[in-house]
Design a protein around this ligand. Structure first.
Ligand code: ARG
Length: 641
């Protein structure tokens, strides 16, 4: 049985000096340890949350109830002992017996000067995010389009989720390496190239004038020509190995090269593999057409995916024979009915991983094994992340296990890199079925983006007719693209979500435009502060030495302050769980807290100078958190809209 080395620990605990919640947890934990010592059960939880009744405090701990049960004492007595040992100096108002409510809730009220101090600590250019003690290299697999196919909503998710994760790692001071694992090699591509060649030779097509739309049609025609659907044998193999449907084309084509189109395809693959110039020429053409459209779409999506980040399946082609030979010679892979498989029973995976077909061809999974080896051993990845459709979960489970078994995930220090599938759900249409056009085709991503921007432009024209046409279309582009991205990123990653233009483009509610608008509001306060009160916005800039003091008194100021203070911990949580929707939810909280604050607390017309300046500083900090958060998601903040 293979030894499974321990995963690399990739969460370095850092002091979170400005998050009161975190600090309260630590203080309560010490009190519990001091009060109960060895009697304390394993993994004690101080159970701290927002106070149920704000009259009694800002936070409450519910730790006494479960602890009482475990220790066989009365909850109130437990609460009293915790309070007795609790040190809240510099953080909250001292506790008394009156702080214990009901059966044993412990109420805590933060000290206003503590909040002011935490806010000041957050109010730096880094916004309280400390550089990691050990920066990691995180390789993020994203985008992953296939040659000769249009990008659709599935690629939207793989691109924006992957990019948002990479941005989050970069924001936290790690090194992110993006990898666009383009589907650009193997039989399906050969099939397309073969059809192009025969149409070209028949004078029916000019490769130089091909568009991606035409390629997409050629792909489907070639599929029909090779009668892929008609063959039950391939499906059986796919089922037997639990393989992803992606390999259906690869296997089917190889099974019965009898008919002419199939023979042409397998022949094309052989010529491609041996570097035949004419064959490579056709392939190259398909590559260029697909890539130029893919890169254009990524750019429009404000996702950092360029040629530099693209390493398609074809870049592994020379490594595959060697990988498979290595697996076979070390007994990691074994023959099975003429094919070569890696058994994964010791990992609790019943389906073996197919790495070479009986005809000698390699598969999607073989390339992913080579990918792990390169990403860990050449690119120095400590953590490999795959932003890929949840329907490929078994594929990644198998590939991760096989890579560990083969030692391909072993880093320089001898531990295994963390291998993680950031699986995402399906985009659904209004009818709850996967999002398709009326005729059942995939919706082109480019069309979706156009439509969102068109609708955004209409909305902007209505709301702000004074914008110049040039500025209007710039703003509309940012709103439309931002709306689509936010709708995608804010949905719980692993769940399916429903695509709905009206909902995602609404200026109210949990949407991209709402967040962009919140930022615009902050900016306009400062324009007004300058023009009407002659207050220089530079006073609130992070590096200005004489920033006015924070005075946090009103409940809405406090709520906003507490929300802002959660920013660094939120970024950590996104990176830890690979869930951009945590940042979306967080920014929405900040925006709504800001809105309540703005309604309840006059800023420019505050009762005195000190309050006005404190509130302006709170606005400035809110603006910087919103801006930073939006940019980390890959959404453009706007000055006006
Ligand atoms: N091209 C693949 C597909 O469309 C996605 C690639 C995902 N990345 C990977 N390393 N397998 O299904």
């Amino acid at each position: 049985m293979a030894v499974v080395p321990a995963l690399k620990a990739h969460h370095h605990l850092r002091p979170m000096t400005h998050d009161p919640l975190q600090l309260l947890r630590e203080r309560f934990l010490s009190a519990m340890q001091a009060a109960f010592g060895d009697r304390l059960p394993a993994n004690p939880d101080p159970l701290i949350g927002g106070a149920r009744n704000p009259e009694f405090g800002d936070f409450q701990s519910n730790a006494a109830m479960p602890l009482a049960k475990a220790l066989g004492e009365k909850p109130r007595a437990i609460a009293e002992q915790i309070v007795e040992h609790l040190d809240l100096s510099g953080l909250a108002q001292p506790l008394t017996e009156n702080s214990i409510a009901g059966p044993g809730f412990i109420n805590v009220r933060l000290a206003p000067e503590a909040l002011a101090r935490f806010l000041a600590e957050l109010d730096t250019p880094e916004l309280g995010v400390e550089a990691p003690a050990q920066p990691e290299t995180v390789v993020v697999d994203l985008c992953g389009v296939n040659l000769a196919k249009q990008m659709h909503v599935g690629h939207l998710r793989a691109t924006v989720i992957g990019d948002a994760l990479a941005r989050t790692f970069e924001r936290l001071g790690h090194r992110a390496v993006r990898q666009n694992h383009l589907g650009d090699w193997g039989l399906p591509i050969a099939m397309v190239a073969a059809r192009i060649q025969s149409l070209h030779e028949a004078g029916e097509l000019d490769p130089a004038a091909l568009s991606l739309d035409e390629l997409d049609r050629i792909y489907r025609a070639a599929q029909r020509e090779c009668a892929i659907e008609g063959d039950g044998r391939a499906l059986k193999i796919v089922e037997e190995y639990g393989a992803h449907p992606k390999i259906l084309d690869e296997i089917t084509l190889a099974l019965e090269p009898g008919i002419a189109a199939r023979a042409r395809s397998t022949d094309m693959l052989l010529r491609l593999q041996s570097g035949n110039e004419e064959a490579i020429g056709y392939w190259q053409r398909v590559y260029e057409i697909t890539m130029s459209e893919c890169l254009r779409t990524c750019e429009r999506l404000q996702a950092t995916v360029t040629t530099e980040h693209t390493a398609g399946e074809s870049t592994y082609r020379d490594e595959l024979p060697e990988i498979v030979a290595d697996l076979e010679s070390r007994g990691i892979a074994a023959q099975s009915q003429g094919a070569l498989v890696v058994r994964l029973d010791e990992f609790g995976i019943a389906e073996p991983l197919l790495v070479r077909k009986s005809d000698g061809g390699f598969l999607y999974a073989t390339t992913d094994l080579a990918g792990i080896r390169r990403r860990v051993q050449k690119l120095g990845g400590d953590r490999l992340i795959y932003a890929v459709d949840a329907r490929q979960s078994l594929h990644f489970k198998q590939v991760f296990a096989a890579a560990k078994k083969a030692g391909y995930a072993r880093t320089a220090d001898g531990s295994d890199a963390a291998l993680e599938h950031a699986a995402f759900g399906t985009v659904l249409g209004e009818d709850g079925a996967p999002f398709k056009t009326r005729s059942g085709e995939n919706v082109k991503l480019a069309d979706l983006l156009d439509e969102a921007v068109r609708r955004a432009e209409q909305a902007v024209e209505e709301k702000n007719p004074s914008l110049s046409p040039a500025l209007r279309s710039e703003v509309a582009e940012a709103i439309g693209i931002g709306a689509i991205k936010y709708a995608d990123l804010s949905a719980d990653r692993v769940k399916d979500y429903m695509f709905n233009f009206d909902r995602m483009l609404a200026f109210e509610g949990d949407t991209g435009p709402y967040l962009q608008y919140a930022y615009v509001r902050v900016r306009s306060i400062f324009r007004k502060a300058k023009s009407e009160f002659d207050i220089d916005p530079a006073r609130f800039e992070a590096d200005a030495a004489d920033r006015p003091a924070f005075l946090i008194h009103a409940p809405e100021e406090k709520a906003l302050a507490l929300a802002l203070l959660r920013f660094p911990a939120t970024l950590e949580a996104v990176a830890g769980h690979l869930e951009p929707h945590r940042l979306c939810g967080y920014l929405f909280d900040v925006a709504t807290s800001f809105s309540s604050f703005f309604q309840a607390c006059p800023v420019l017309r505050a009762e005195d100078d000190a309050t006005r300046l404190s509130r302006l500083r709170l606005c400035a900090l809110t603006g910087r958190v919103l801006r930073d958060g939006l940019m980390t998601l890959g959404i453009t903040p706007l000055e006006q809209m």
